[in-house]
Write a protein that binds this ligand. Structure first.
Ligand SMILES: Nc1ncnc2c1ncn2[C@@H]1O[C@H](COP(=O)(O)OP(=O)(O)O)[C@@H](O)[C@H]1O
Ligand SMILES: [Mg+2]
Length: 228
């Protein structure tokens, strides 16, 4: 079943055309990764997909709610871990407190953070903050979870713990769209990969197809990773 679709999405900021004509589909249970150089429009695409930006034209068709995990966690600094996770389900979704707290604690357990529910974000490592942020997104019961470079603000030794959490979610068949610069991870976890360049989808396909493509800009982009 198709859970999410973008048709001919365009978005400009002033005279800067950031998304030129983006069409894509996400099937239930699938993992789609989006790769591409900085400035190619990946974050703007996710912000349009999750309703934080309004496209200038085109159509977005979604089944149910979508969640977003940000690059910089975006936790509320003055809320405890538990309140960060439960606030929107209770206030925005108007769900019963007991049920939301039970779900939040289950998610914290899954994220290995059961003992941190009363901590504040500043008391946590970046990896722990990002795990809280994933729990917060999941507690809204989204049909699809979008990730915008979930590990790029983390030290290398903390990146692995977040990639593991995302791998575990993929094993549970959570539908996900992941913007990432972790190429090996993207190749391993994804059903499909999109390479964006200058506001367009330049290459798309299975990981095998995309990494074997001889698209010049993509080979240039991948080359930077092999050297690093
Ligand atoms: N709110 C905004 N106002 C003006 N320009 C923006 C805004 N958001 C993004 N841009 C510009 O759009 C381009 C694409 O940005 P972005 O979607 O963040 O790319 P990526 O995530 O691929 O690095 C960049 O040139 C960026 O400066
Ligand atoms: Mg970005």
């Amino acid at each position: 079943m198709k859970l999410f679709e973008m048709k001919h999405i365009k978005k400009s900021f002033g005279s800067l055309e950031v998304l030129k004509d983006i069409s894509l589909e996400v099937e239930e249970g699938e993992v789609l990764s989006i790769i591409g150089p900085s400035g190619s429009g990946k974050s703007t695409l996710l912000r349009c997909a999750t309703g934080l930006e309004t496209p200038d034209s085109g159509e977005i068709i979604k089944q149910g709610d979508v969640g977003l995990v940000f690059q910089n966690f975006n936790l509320f600094p003055h809320f405890s871990v538990l309140k960060n996770i439960t606030d929107a389900p209770i206030k925005v979704q108007k769900r019963k407190k007991d049920e939301v707290y039970a779900q939040a604690r289950k998610l914290l357990k899954q994220m290995g953070l059961s003992d941190r529910e009363n901590a504040y974000p500043f008391q946590l490592s970046g990896g722990q903050q990002q795990r809280v942020s994933i729990a917060r997104a999941l507690c809204m019961n989204p049909k699809i979870l979008f990730f915008d470079e979930p590990t790029s603000a983390l030290d290398p030794e903390l990146t692995g713990e977040i990639l593991k959490v995302i791998r575990d979610l993929a094993a549970e068949h959570i539908t996900m769209v992941i913007v990432t610069h972790e190429m090996t991870f993207a190749r391993d976890i994804s059903d499909h990969i999109i390479f964006m360049d200058k506001g367009l989808i330049a290459v798309e396909g299975t990981p095998q197809e995309v990494f074997a493509s001889d698209h010049v800009r993509m080979k240039e982009f991948l080359g930077k990773f092999h050297q690093g």
